[in-house]
Design a protein around this ligand. Structure first.
Ligand code: HAM
Length: 424
């Protein structure tokens, strides 16, 4: 028997409601902020990610699913920011509108060691804004992410905020760390010893307590930021304060991808555990578009991990479809007539079904309940003769005989029918 690949999940029909609800709420909010959906391919030239995320990024070093085709090497996308920038440049989207706002929902792939909240195929719900250096874009994007979490009924999260500064400031911070940590490298964890030469900034947000103790002793502040970056960051904080978006400043927040400059942020949640407590994260990437061959332009975005949103949400989607109707046909003649009835209801957009198992009335009622039906229609010889159908509301328990020509309006508008609607 075949098994699913480790770190992947089947999202089964009985689990789909919550996914659809999060997606629907997400789309509504993105639309309110005037973001349009973009769907780039899942396969990209692997070099796109090497170039964007950086050769030393963990994702590029050890987490890419690579597909070899002749001399070409493709990657199953580990994230979407690089793909969207590629698409923005390749399709000259800056010519259509210099200010580009798009959201995306879809699977990402990273060859990780699977555990709670860490998968090899997972889903992002995120957005990118390309075409502005303005700090108000940072404020919009962070407050949009905050609105999404509220709409998803997620409480108790923290927004961690930092500014890495521009490329020059990042270099200054790198030099400072190299100097400060030079005698302490041996006390760092194995990963951080490798990071010391490869990607020293990442030592700052290592979760290992020994590394944290060393790093927190360095009293990192915003000294490495130039005046322009300090000013930008001050405006971001002001804007968030004006919108009453609460955040926590964290000088140790770095993020693992090379493309980040200036504002970076992360949404953490205690229910996710210490090792991977991020619901989502994002930041500015003001140099990426030009690095990949596009115009000089600022950009910012974020992505939530959908599986992690599901671990933290208290949303309880209503499994009982408010109008799902189950037809029970009793007897040979009614079965034939029932097919026509179902056909007409479906044409009118009523969600309905029957089974082909010729169960008893009791067995069929059980089946209707198992399927989460709201209404049951019973069609037997008696009803056929009178051209009626028995309509039972499984929520209120009420039952009444309805002339066939009235059935559609009863099912289409049950709320306004006295005696049928008691809420669910
Ligand atoms: P990221 O921090 O690598 O950022 O991923 C964003 C979120 O995806 C994480 O905070 C986490 O919730 C989720 N995630 C990451 N890896 C896994 C995994 N293996 N299993 C389950 N969930 C995971 C980015 O990808 C950037 N592209 C975000 C961004 C957009 N920055 C600017 N624009």
């Amino acid at each position: 028997m075949f098994k699913k690949v480790p770190g992947t999940k089947d999202i089964l029909p009985e689990q789909i409601h919550i996914w659809q609800e999060i997606e629907a709420k997400g789309r509504d909010i993105f639309t309110a902020y005037n973001y349009k959906e973009i769907r780039p391919p899942l396969l990209e030239d692997a070099l796109l990610f090497n170039r964007s995320l950086g050769e030393s990024a963990e994702i590029v070093q050890k987490q890419m699913f690579l597909v070899h085709s002749g001399s070409d090497v493709y990657a199953l996308r580990p994230e979407a920011t690089a793909s969207i920038v590629r698409s923005y440049i390749e399709n000259s989207l800056d010519k259509l509108s210099p200010f580009f706002k798009a959201y995306y929902i879809g699977p990402m792939f990273r060859l990780e060691r699977p555990q709670k909240g860490r998968l090899r195929q997972f889903h992002h719900l995120g957005c990118e804004v390309i075409g502005s250096y303005d700090p108000r874009a940072d404020v919009e994007v962070i407050s949009l992410a905050d609105s999404l979490l509220k709409a998803f009924s997620i409480d108790g999260y923290t927004i961690k905020l930092n500014s890495l500064g521009c490329a020059g400031d990042k270099l200054a911070l790198t030099d400072f760390l190299r100097k400060e940590l030079s005698g302490k490298a041996e006390a760092l964890c194995e990963d951080c010893q490798a990071r010391y030469s490869r990607n020293i900034l990442r030592i700052l947000d290592c979760k290992n307590p020994a590394c944290q103790e060393i790093v927190h002793g360095l009293s990192i502040s915003d000294n490495h930021l130039c005046d322009g970056c300090k000013n930008h960051f001050a405006k971001v904080k002001d804007g968030l304060n004006a919108l009453a978006v609460k955040y926590e400043l964290s000088s140790y927040l770095v993020r693992g991808l090379d493309y980040y400059t200036r504002t970076v942020f992360e949404f953490t949640h205690p229910d996710l555990g210490r090792q991977q407590d991020a619901l989502g994260a994002g930041g500015r990437y003001d140099n990426l578009v030009s690095q990949l061959g596009g115009p000089d332009t600022g950009a910012i975005g974020f992505a939530f991990g959908m599986e992690r949103l599901l671990l933290a949400t208290t949303l309880k989607p209503e499994a009982r479809n408010r109008k799902f109707t189950f037809l029970i046909s009793l007897g040979e003649k009614a079965r034939k007539e029932g097919l026509i009835l179902l056909h007409n209801l479906r044409k009118a957009g009523i969600s309905c079904d029957t089974d082909y198992e010729d169960k008893s009335l009791k067995g069929s009622m059980r089946k209707a309940n198992d399927l989460g039906a709201r209404f049951v229609l019973i069609l037997g010889d008696n009803e056929l003769e009178k051209n009626t159908v028995m309509l039972k509301d499984l929520v209120s328990g009420e039952q009444k005989e309805v002339p066939r020509e009235q059935l559609l309006s009863e099912l289409q508008d049950p709320v306004s029918r006295p005696g049928l609607e008691t809420g669910s």
